[in-house]
Design a protein around this ligand. Sequence first.
Ligand SMILES: [Zn+2]
Length: 327
Amino acid sequence: MKTKRGSINYDFRRTVRAAALLLAISVCALMFGGCAGQSSGSADPTHGTDNVVITPISVNIGETARPDNTADNGGATGNHTNTQAPENATATPSNGATPYYDPNSPLAGIIICVDAGHQDTGITEKEPCAPWGPEANSSVNNTVMKAKATSGTSGVSTKKPEYAVNLEIALKLRDALEAKGATVIMSRTDNSSRLSNRDRALMANENNCVLTFNIHCNGSDNQSVSGIELYVRGSGDNTSEYAARSKNEAALGQKLLDKLAESTGAKKRSVNKSDAYTGINWRDHATFIIECGFMSNPDEDANLSNPAYQDKLVSAIVRFTIEDFRG
Ligand SMILES: [Zn+2]
């Protein structure tokens, strides 16, 4: 899989630099070699209705692996594009003393995809899970097919479908990111769109997104299971470039997870590396699948539909974007 960018900070600064006509911005050296080891995990069959063909490969940072296959279900249409002018970014003077961004609009010039997982009706037709061939990754490659979209799980107490909760959170996130100056691309703005997971990823690439938040909720057979967990890219096409991206995104993911747990008070589960998700594999930029909580847990299910709790999730994601991703 070809990538057109080297590192996240570089991405952002390049965007801002182009927008603000900056002369010189140093490139953060975030390109590290080596990929963390991976271990096989078993799919969580309880989440959603996705017709998953593969077993996810994942490694947890700090906790026992518990991958689930739920994120690659979604669909729906709709594009929301903010027309935020990139020139809102503040040019850096030659002495470098002034921030290169406008403190009042710290995400100006950055293009972010907010992808609300799932949709009201699945698409059983299949599509390649990854762009790379079997010679690069024999276990997850472009001959491995997954359903184009599924409808997700539902709340044990609220009875709400996951796709609806995901969209509620995603719309709040869009508004909050835009309020900080970001340009936001929505994969869907209603529950009836029909984009496949790969279509959503390609849309984000084509819109020059440098970051995607893929919003999901989780499910388990055990109602006592709760907490927030993330998924990021794994070994991919087994190039050193991909390994560097994986390492970088896993490290950033841990910061995002820390903020989410701190903001909500929810249990902090883990950041998982995985090659199993179409929505990660096809994206050419930093992508975080956020499993915001378990709809199979009665308390967490109620929280996930609570606007005040949703705001806590959103504020953590926005703070991460400003403080950790933008840097
Ligand atoms: Zn999901």
